[in-house]
Structures are given as structure tokens and as C-alpha cells.
Ligand binder design. Structure first.
Ligand SMILES: Cc1cc2nc3c(=O)[nH]c(=O)nc-3n(C[C@H](O)[C@H](O)[C@H](O)COP(=O)(O)OP(=O)(O)OC[C@H]3O[C@@H](n4cnc5c(N)ncnc54)[C@H](O)[C@@H]3O)c2cc1C
Length: 407
């Protein structure tokens, strides 16, 4: 007699769910891929501003926030950036990387990536159950029962992969409802908080900087203790600071909301030596001080900081004492602003929290508490910085969960 095919239900057709589905099919399982959206890969379409920054050459465990660095390291050693690039090539998604290791598809189109993944899902006969929101998950003798709202329809499967994402950007479908269902099943769910979010600050000190954008060093302090420093692009807004330079620190802002927090911005960064040389060269050339500073900094920023140290906008550099120049440089290196929190999930690219990785076997993403229940992607407590790390994690965990349908 022919052995009965294993039925696998995958909830969530984001990057992690799609790869999991392809891998599970390769192992002969009958795969049902559910998503509340009418089409697969809704959030993936928005990634990298539509260009899909899908991995990073530096994606090693140390670069992520996670409750199980060893487990994460094991998972990434099996399916890291190199394996992902090769895997995608086999699907017809060719990639290139920027000098700092950020991977993009050759077409620089997230939409093309979604089209290609969807075509492979259809070609490999994954059953696409789109427009289906799963609201219930219960254990049965031979597996699980997945149900729609009001138990309108139920699906009996042998194994389940939960790939429902976190709570970031809920308009794309990842509203976090599945966490309540998982808690009811007995899983620990860590508080889910915004990560890769813009940072809210006191607004008075940044008045006048709205729209100013530049690369800068940013350090986060909680109760005056340095938590982490980054370097990246920042943009001043009417409510605080946006851009990768602060977003990379935002998970710490979320985790330390009970503390008094400040960010310190170093506007000079690596440009300080260059600026010092320019100032020396221009000292007796009858040039306005502002013009010399504007060689490396945005004009509005220069004006604001000159005002702070009592300098008129048109003062000549030769009329400014070296001591005042040093004071100005110090202000530009150590600009501190009080932090008020992060913007909401609606404005976040990621969340932290959810299912602890410690409760999962990192080799096949199976729950250590409930056999046959697997997880993939952002639903797990793993968060990387901007730069392709989070899609890499979604693909890594999706690949391993799907491969885990081996038995
Ligand atoms: C604007 C933006 C830009 C980003 N850019 C990048 C980038 O360039 N590089 C990078 O690495 N990361 C980026 N990210 C993060 C990245 O998109 C996520 O890490 C990744 O999408 C997570 O994949 P996932 O499969 O775990 O979850 P998701 O992509 O969130 O997919 C989960 C899916 O599950 C479905 N779902 C949820 N609950 C249910 C339910 N109960 N029933 C049925 N379906 C359900 C949702 O509709 C959704 O389609 C970005 C995020 C945003 C918001």
C-alpha cells in the first residue's frame, strides 16, 4: 500500500513561509500555504524601498539580537548568505552586493522576486490558500487543526509551520494575532516590541533641523550608561530622528523604556580630520567660517550650531578664536537629545520578541514543546540591523523549517 502523504499547513506566505513551502514540497509533502492577503509576499514587495535588500555578506549570529546566539549561529552556518545566493540563482533570482556587503537582486526589483517565488510555488504545486486568515490552532491525535475565523472552515494537517511574522507594519498582514493563539497552546511569547523604528525625541533642540539628512555616529545611553553605538544615515523630522543610523538602535529603546534615555549624535565622525585640515588651511583666507564648515556638513546644521556658540552666520574664520572653534567642534561631536520612545508598529520595519529561539530546535525550527509545530521568520525572537539581515533570517529559518518536513 502507498504511504499516505504528509499534510503540511504553513501559516503566512511571507519570505519565510514561501521558502518553507518550496522546501517542504521537495520532501514530498502536500503543502497548504495560507495567507490573509490575496497574494503572497505582500511585505516583501516593500523591502529595500522596493529594491529588496535580501541578505548581507556579514550576516553572522553576532550581528543579531536573539535569546539563543548558539542556535542562531547553527542555523546561519547551514543556510547563510552564500547558500542563499546560490539557492536564489537556482530559482532564477540573480544577485549582486554593494561594497559594504548588502545583497540585492540583479533586477533591483522586489516585485520581480515575488513574481519568481510565486511562479515556483505554483510550478511545484503548493496549494495557495490566499485570502484565508487562520484564527485557531489546536492539537489533534494525528496532528493539528487550523481554523478560520468563526470556524468557518477547518484544515486537518499533520504538521504546521507558523510563519506569520511579528507585529511590524500590520497593514501588510502581520498583525500579531497568532501570538495569542500560540500562548493558548502553551508557548511562551516574549513581549513583542517595535524594532527598526524611527526614534521619538524631545523636539526643542532639533527645531530648525527638520529635513536635514546626513551620515553620523549615534550612541544610545540609558540612565547615562552607553548601550550601543552605530554609524549610518539619519534624518531629522518634526518628532525626532529617522533613518538606519537610529533605527538600528531602536530595539534597545524599546527594551529600555523604563530608563531615562538619550541619543548622542556625532556629526563629525570620520570627517573630523578632514574638517580640521580645512579649518587650518582656510584660517587666514578671509573666508566666512560657515563656508568652511559647509565643506563637510549641511548648511542648516552649521548655522544652528554656530548660533549655539554665539557666532554670527557671516563671521570670518580668522575672527573666530581657536578656543571657540574647538567648542563648536565639541558641540558637533556630542549632540545629546532625550529620547521619548519609538514610533509605533505602523512605522516599524521589524519587531522583537515573540517565540524564544531557545524553545525551538535550530536545525529544523521545530518547537521543543509541541512536536510537529515549527516556526520561521520574524515570529521568532531574532532581530538584525538594517541591511538585509532580517530577510536573510526569514529565508534561513524558512529553509530549515521546510527541510524539517523530512521527519
Ligand atoms: C517597509 C519595510 C522594509 C523592509 N526592508 C527590508 C530590507 O530591505 N531587508 C531586510 O532584510 N528586511 C527588510 N524588512 C523586514 C522584512 O520585511 C521582514 O523581516 C520579513 O518580511 C519577515 O518575513 P516573515 O516571513 O517572517 O514575515 P512577513 O513578511 O511579515 O509575512 C508574514 C505573513 O503572514 C501573514 N499572516 C499573519 N498572520 C496570519 C494569519 N493569522 N493567517 C494567515 N496569514 C497570516 C501576513 O499576511 C504576512 O503575509 C522590511 C520591512 C518593512 C516593513
Amino acid at each position: 500500500m502507498k504511504a499516505k502523504k504528509e499534510l503540511v499547513g504553513i501559516v503566512g506566505a511571507g519570505p519565510s513561509g514561501m521558502i518553507a513551502a518550496l522546501e517542504a514540497r521537495k520532501r514530498g509533502a502536500e503543502v497548504f500555504l495560507f495567507d490573509s492577503n490575496p497574494r503572497v509576499g505582500r511585505k516583501l514587495l516593500a523591502t529595500g524601498a522596493g529594491r529588496c535588500n535580501l541578505s548581507n555578506a556579514g550576516a553572522t549570529a553576532e550581528r543579531y539580537y536573539c535569546d539563543d546566539a548558539d542556535g542562531l549561529g547553527k542555523a546561519l552556518s547551514i543556510f547563510g548568505p552564500k547558500q542563499l545566493v546560490k539557492y536564489f540563482e537556482e530559482l532564477g533570482i540573480f544577485t549582486f552586493s554593494t561594497p559594504d556587503g548588502w545583497y540585492y537582486p540583479l533586477t533591483e526589483s522586489a516585485s520581480n522576486v515575488v513574481d519568481i517565488l510565486e511562479a515556483h510555488l505554483r510550478a511545484s504545486k503548493v496549494c495557495l490558500c490566499m485570502g484565508v486568515k487562520i484564527c485557531g490552532l489546536s492539537l489533534e491525535e494525528s496532528g493539528f487543526c487550523l481554523s478560520e475565523a468563526n470556524i468557518r472552515r477547518v484544515y486537518h494537517v499533520n504538521r504546521v509551520i507558523i510563519a506569520t511574522g511579528g507585529k511590524a507594519s500590520p497593514a501588510s498582514g502581520s498583525d500579531g494575532q497568532m501570538f495569542t493563539v500560540l500562548e493558548k497552546l502553551g508557548h511562551q511569547v516574549l513581549p513583542v516590541l517595535p524594532a527598526l523604528a524611527p526614534v521619538l525625541t524631545e523636539v526643542k533642540p532639533i527645531k530648525g533641523l527638520r529635513g536635514v539628512r546626513l551620515d553620523a555616529g549615534v550612541s544610545l545611553f540609558a540612565n547615562n550608561k552607553l548601550l550601543q553605538s552605530t554609524f549610518g544615515n539619519i534624518i531629522f523630522t518634526e518628532w525626532g530622528v529617522n533613518g538606519p543610523g537610529v533605527m538600528d538602535l531602536s530595539y534597545l529603546v524599546s527594551l529600555n523604556s523604563h530608563c531615562y534615555q538619550e541619543i548622542e549624535i556625532d556629526f563629525l565622525g570620520a570627517g573630523e580630520q578632514l574638517l580640521r585640515k580645512l579649518l587650518e588651511d582656510a584660517r587666514f583666507k578671509r573666508l566666512p567660517a560657515a563656508v568652511v564648515f559647509e565643506s563637510v556638513l549641511p548648511a542648516r546644521l552649521v548655522r544652528l550650531f554656530m548660533e549655539r556658540v554665539g557666532l554670527a552666520g557671516d563671521v570670518l574664520l580668522q575672527d573666530v578664536s581657536r578656543g571657540t572653534v574647538e567648542t563648536l567642534l565639541r558641540h558637533l561631536r556630542h549632540f545629546r537629545i532625550a529620547v521619548r520612545g519609538t514610533r509605533s508598529f505602523d512605522h516599524s520595519q521589524l519587531s522583537i520578541g515573540g517565540i524564544p529561539l531557545q524553545q525551538v530546535n535550530p536545525l529544523n525550527m521545530e518547537s521543543r514543546l509541541i512536536r510537529g509545530l515549527h516556526f520561521a521568520g520574524e515570529v521568532l525572537n531574532v532581530a538584525g540591523p538594517c541591511g538585509g539581515y532580517n530577510l536573510q533570517w526569514a529565508f534561513t529559518s524558512g529553509y530549515l523549517a521546510g527541510k524539517g518536513m523530512d521527519g
